[in-house]
Design a protein around this ligand. Structure first.
Ligand code: ATP
Ligand code: ZN
Length: 295
């Protein structure tokens, strides 16, 4: 029995999704149509699709897991709710890529002051459910104009007063003389599953995959730090190592007063950290990348 994961075929999430699975040790043979990749290293197959289709493929049981932005998954979840169907999507892991925000923007010339200014406005968006849900919870009545692309030109075309769209740098907004005035959702790519239980074999495989994903996510920041330290400064030095649990302390041949300290730092190690360590008496400080990690 094979686990099937749906990822975006091409676009902002495609490369990073593949890179993550690659770092987890998954390798695939591509099919001719390139829509279905067969896992060589583990019984895990890939389905390459449009990101918007991933939540529905999950809900329909076509795939077991999916990597997609929270923005897309939440929109589908809210649509499901409004259809009165049972909601069945769980986020298993935040994957720390595809960061963006879903924001409301109005023409630069608009005298915007507060959220209530949206009262009675027409808002163009590809995320009607997220938009309606957000303003409903604030007790503000808005009318959504559903567009599947080029949302940012809607105000200048006169078909909407404002927009709700994804923003990362704000360049597109500025190019269209719009200003960002409110944030509806902060989003990143997530690994999703439905709440239908998996077959035992698949669940075992998923648990293995999750351990590897956790390892990959941790390793991104992690460094292996080695240094020499005065024995009496050990407590202080251990405290200065960012995100390290009890370090390994080793004797140094022929030295009573100094020891070697080895530690895995799970947070970024900056020059400032090294300077503080040196000031505390550390010498021979080495910072090494961590290749793999399994908790
Ligand atoms: P597809 O053909 O798969 O439907 P798309 O055009 O909908 O592609 P992309 O533009 O590749 O999708 O964006 C995919 C996801 O990347 C978005 O849903 C969002 O989660 C994330 N993302 C990150 N930054 C941005 C951004 N600046 N603009 C749009 N999406 C972004
Ligand atoms: Zn899409």
């Amino acid at each position: 029995m094979r686990l099937t994961i749906a990822i975006q075929k091409s676009g902002r999430l495609a490369q990073k999704s593949l890179a993550l699975l690659d770092q987890c040790g998954l390798q695939f043979t591509q099919s001719k149509d390139k829509l279905f990749w067969f896992g060589k290293t583990l019984p895990v197959n890939l389905l390459l699709v449009r990101d918007d289709d991933i939540p529905q493929l999950l809900l329909d049981g076509v795939c077991d897991l999916g990597i997609v932005g929270q923005n897309v998954a939440t929109e589908v979840l809210l649509r499901q709710c409004s259809d009165g169907r049972e909601v069945e999507l769980n986020a298993l892991r935040a994957l720390d890529f595809g960061h963006c925000r879903l924001s409301a923007a109005v023409p630069e010339t608009e005298q915007y002051q507060r959220l209530e200014d949206f009262q009675g406005k027409r808002i163009a968006t590809s995320y009607p459910h997220l938009t309606e849900d957000f303003f409903r919870r604030q007790d503000i009545d808005v009318q959504t104009v559903r567009l599947s692309g080029s949302v940012e030109i809607a105000p200048s075309l006169g078909i909407a007063d404002a927009i709700v769209d994804l923003v990362s740098t704000g360049t597109t907004l500025r190019a269209n003389h719009l200003k960002e005035v409110a944030q509806l959702l902060e989003s990143q790519a997530m690994l999703y599953q439905t709440n239908k239980p998996l077959a035992v074999n698949k669940q075992i495989l998923l648990d293995r995959l999750l351990l590897r994903i956790d390892g990959v996510l941790q390793v991104r920041e992690s460094k292996y730090v080695m240094l020499h330290a005065p024995r009496e400064a050990l407590a202080q030095i251990a405290h200065l190592l960012p995100g390290a649990e009890s370090p390994t302390v080793l004797p140094l041949e022929g030295r009573e007063d100094r020891v070697a300290v080895h530690a895995v730092c799970t947070e970024s190690v900056f020059w400032e950290h090294l300077e503080a360590l040196k000031a505390a008496g550390a010498s021979a400080v080495l910072v090494l990348p961590v290749e793999k990690m399994l908790a």
